[in-house]
Design a protein around this ligand. Sequence first.
Ligand SMILES: Nc1ncnc2c1ncn2[C@@H]1O[C@H](COP(=O)(O)OP(=O)(O)OP(=O)(O)O)[C@@H](O)[C@H]1O
Length: 274
Amino acid sequence: MKEIIQLEKISKEYDHKRIINQIDLSIYEGQSIAFTGHNGSGKSTMLKIIAGLVKPSGGRVVYRDRLLFHYVPERFPKMSLTAWQYLKRMGEIDGIPRKVLEDRCENLFEDFFLTEMVNTSMKDLSKGTLQKIGVIQALLRKPQVLLLDEPLSGQDMDSQMVFIEKMNALRGENVTLLMSCHEQYLMESISDTVLSVGEGKVEKVDITAAFSGREYILWFEKQKNATMPEKYRPYIRQTGEGCRARIPEDESSHMIMEMIRCGWKLRGMRDAGI
Ligand SMILES: Nc1ncnc2c1ncn2[C@@H]1O[C@H](COP(=O)(O)OP(=O)(O)OP(=O)(O)O)[C@@H](O)[C@H]1O
């Protein structure tokens, strides 16, 4: 694999407090890294340093190529433009032809269930909706490196599934993904490397050992004309207007996709071990 970014002895201090301490890290083309760790451990700081948005206090970041970065912040600024006006401007800056931009936006609005909100002023949109607009902006023109700061924190379950699908499609196109994240199922779904950030250090987590044998509890709500996929019947218990399933982790993404395809709406998800 081709190394595209190298962190050499990176440190960062805020108010004399060392958040990141002498980190060395190589990032490879097409790699998908999740930074995980407690609140305030330094995940966002790592992303911002890699994106060149924050200057390290020590060390240097070496970029092997000229790379197109897209950065999706955790909190998207509220502004008076509508989502559509905003994305049109951003697309124009990216040099995307008008018609291509319109088609791309329309498809992405639909995918992320945003069609009814495109003409609402962004200052009146929720955190999750703004986050989706940030993701759409990042998808308008394919970047080489996509950085996402807690991309799922405000998104509903259906949008999370769309997001996972889109990220895996980008991985298929060799886009390098770097995200900060707390959700283990997201790391399992889209990351090949998990790095734990804490006490100044960044350490690799053995994903296979950490996630093996896990099961999830899923809740689905029945929509009109929903049918039950035969394959998953043994895992499912009916509950009033919906159903509940306990499923091994490596089956969970497929089950969710299949249930959504059969007309169910994912209402919730949690680790069965918690
Ligand atoms: N601009 C800043 N000025 C001062 N301190 C900062 C600044 N940015 C971050 N910090 C501090 O650095 C530490 C790491 O912050 P960072 O946002 O990187 O953590 P995080 O792991 O992403 O947290 P969370 O999971 O809560 O988003 C925190 O203690 C935070 O308060």
